[in-house]
Design a protein around this ligand. Structure first.
Ligand code: SF4
Ligand code: SF4
Length: 110
């Protein structure tokens, strides 16, 4: 699976008809991905990916219109950002869900 920064780069290329030049000169500074559309390669790995995840979350909220809509987004095979739409790595999302829905011990008061 593509990493978040790479997914943003590809998403921007798709947005601009595969033209790197057009991506670089994109004037839509209100777009959530704008700051990372040509993120330098030397952006520190961990920090870069964290920024990318946050930007993707903002982009998805703008695109879908709300948290519930992002949750049910059906563009799994059509959108490069889909795997990161919750603003976290898929493994983190799965772990949180598992913890949230895990059976809990019922503690009875004495
Ligand atoms: S920053 Fe936004 S508008 Fe600009 S190329 Fe990327 S996705 Fe398209
Ligand atoms: S994953 Fe869904 S909500 Fe996010 S940008 Fe793509 S189509 Fe929009």
């Amino acid at each position: 699976m593509m990493k978040p920064l790479a997914a943003i780069r590809q998403f921007c290329l798709a947005c601009q008809g595969s033209s790197r030049k057009a991506v670089l000169s994109c004037a839509d500074s209100a777009c959530a991905l704008w700051c990372l559309r040509a993120a330098p390669e030397d952006l520190r790995e961990a920090d870069g990916e964290r920024q990318a995840l946050r930007a993707i979350r903002r982009q998805c909220l703008d695109c879908a219109g709300g948290r519930a809509e992002v949750r049910v987004c059906a563009a799994k095979d059509a959108c490069l950002l889909w795997s990161y739409r919750f603003g976290v790595f898929p493994r983190t999302y799965k772990a949180v869900r598992k913890r949230f829905f895990a059976p809990r011990l019922l503690r009875l008061l004495a």
